[in-house]
Ligand binder design. Structure first.
Ligand SMILES: Nc1ncnc2c1ncn2[C@@H]1O[C@H](COP(=O)(O)OP(=O)(O)O)[C@@H](O)[C@H]1O
Ligand SMILES: [Mg+2]
Length: 421
């Protein structure tokens, strides 16, 4: 399909590179990250549970504390936003329900102190964060601010796992009324976490204080992703530009990965952009495949930028074993490779246990697949590692770092000779 459409000649714009001869999007904004869908039929059950937890607020007492967890892209944030909008709407229609909702993300706030400062800033509507005082004074300052709010306070802390083990505030906040820090006010806390292990690692006293109800958001399956995409596509695209394979393929790719609606929507959007940029009149399977390669590469690039040299060496060791076709590999095997590579690069060598820590952290970050096997009656467990990301893209990106590019180049040659990339 050529770019020189007949209809552009009379506008005089056909030489301007911004002009497009094909029409793909009718409302592109629907495919953007922050677009808020009106309906979430795939999450009826979860929405119901959220509503039940919030409902006491409408009856003049505090809502239940609530904890939502599930992998990223499962509709946790959008579900809470949806229910809080409805609750707010209801509160506005009622004379005797005075509601204050504070929404914040703990992303980048790695301590209770920082989170308290962040909440204060949020309540003060974006003014400067307080600093330079001790933790108790910071909490007191937060209570001052809370006392200025309405009678029923709901605090949403998204990405609550960023706070790690420094979780005093999560213990203190739900008990603020009981401890006399508030006026005649009710407070409840909604925590949202993408990290499934965070819940298990919380201190028992926090669990006790924070957990009235918890709701799990299980990964979407391919059918659910398909209906989510169909609703978006109907508004986003011009009639007839979507080949029948496109949505099922986007859904299948996302379902095979983590079942993330975010990922599925991004794939669909990217496929549409590729068609548009190529002046193709129809979005087809090839655009989706190319979109997937581009997004996968971007994901790896972003993640790899934050790796330390030792992370890189640990990853490179598993990559080398993958090319030797010896994965999944045990820690001992990876460690042998690691020592070889560290010796070639003349870099500092860690002990085996520390390398295993790096391998596990690479697993958490989605670069490695980590299999755990129990040893049975001897107790303990051992691990096996293999590369999770696309091998070719991984080698390309690691090769951009000039501390390790010689080793990566050799590995790439071997992989190429073996037809692995
Ligand atoms: N059931 C659904 N229907 C429509 N869109 C959804 C649904 N679930 C998630 N989304 C969309 O997917 C993206 C990711 O959802 P989000 O709530 O941010 O996920 P999480 O907070 O679990 O990471 C958002 O653009 C959201 O609008
Ligand atoms: Mg979220």
């Amino acid at each position: 399909m050529s770019g020189d459409g007949a209809n552009s000649s009379d506008t005089g714009l056909n030489s301007n590179p911004y002009g497009s001869t094909v029409e793909i999007f009718s409302d592109e904004s629907v495919l953007k990250e922050d677009w808020q869908p009106e309906k979430l039929p795939e999450r009826e059950k979860e929405l119901d549970e959220i509503r039940n937890a919030l409902a006491p607020a409408t009856r003049g007492v505090n809502a239940h504390n609530l904890f939502l967890y599930g992998k990223t892209g499962q509709g946790k944030t959008v579900a809470i936003d949806h229910e809080l909008d409805l609750l707010n709407e209801y509160a506005n229609s009622q004379d005797d329900l005075e509601l204050s909702v504070i929404k914040t993300s703990a992303n980048n706030q790695s301590t209770s102190y920082q989170l308290a400062a962040h909440l204060i800033k949020e309540i003060r509507d974006g003014s400067k964060k307080p600093s330079g005082i001790d933790q108790q004074s910071m909490f007191d300052l937060l209570y001052d601010e809370l006392r200025g709010l309405n009678e029923t306070i709901i605090i949403v802390i998204d990405e609550i796992d960023s706070i790690g083990s420094n979780d005093d505030l999560l213990y203190e906040l739900p008990r603020a009324r009981k401890n006399g820090h508030l006026g005649n006010q009710w407070i409840s806390v909604i925590g949202i976490s993408n990290d499934l292990e965070f819940r298990d690692n919380l201190s028992p006293k926090v669990k006790d204080s924070l957990y009235d109800s918890e709701i799990e958001f299980a990964p979407y399956n391919a059918n659910q992703l398909t209906s989510i995409l169909e609703r978006r596509a109907e508004r986003a695209f011009v009639d007839g530009v979507l080949d029948g394979d496109v949505i099922p393929l986007c859904s299948a790719f996302a379902a095979q990965d983590e079942g993330s609606a975010r990922q599925a929507i991004r794939l669909l959007y990217k496929a549409g952009e590729l068609a548009l940029n190529n002046d193709d009149e129809v979005i087809c399977e090839l655009h989706v495949r190319e979109a997937r390669d581009i997004l996968e590469r971007k994901r790896i690039e972003e993640g790899m930028r934050s790796l330390t040299t030792q992370d890189q060496l640990a990853l490179l060791s598993v990559v080398a074993l993958e090319i030797d076709e010896e994965t999944p590999a045990r820690t001992r095997q990876v460690y042998q490779k690691y020592k070889d590579i560290a010796a070639i690069l003349d870099s500092n060598q860690l002990v085996e246990r520390r390398v295993r820590d790096h391998l596990q952290s690479l697993g958490m970050q989605g670069f490695l697949i980590v299999e755990t096997r129990n040893r049975g009656i001897q107790g303990g467990s051992h691990y096996r590692f293999e590369v999770k990301t696309d091998l070719e893209a991984t080698l390309d990106i690691l090769g951009e770092d000039n501390r390790i590019d010689d080793v990566v180049e050799d590995l790439t040659d071997i992989a190429t000779a073996k037809n692995l990339v």
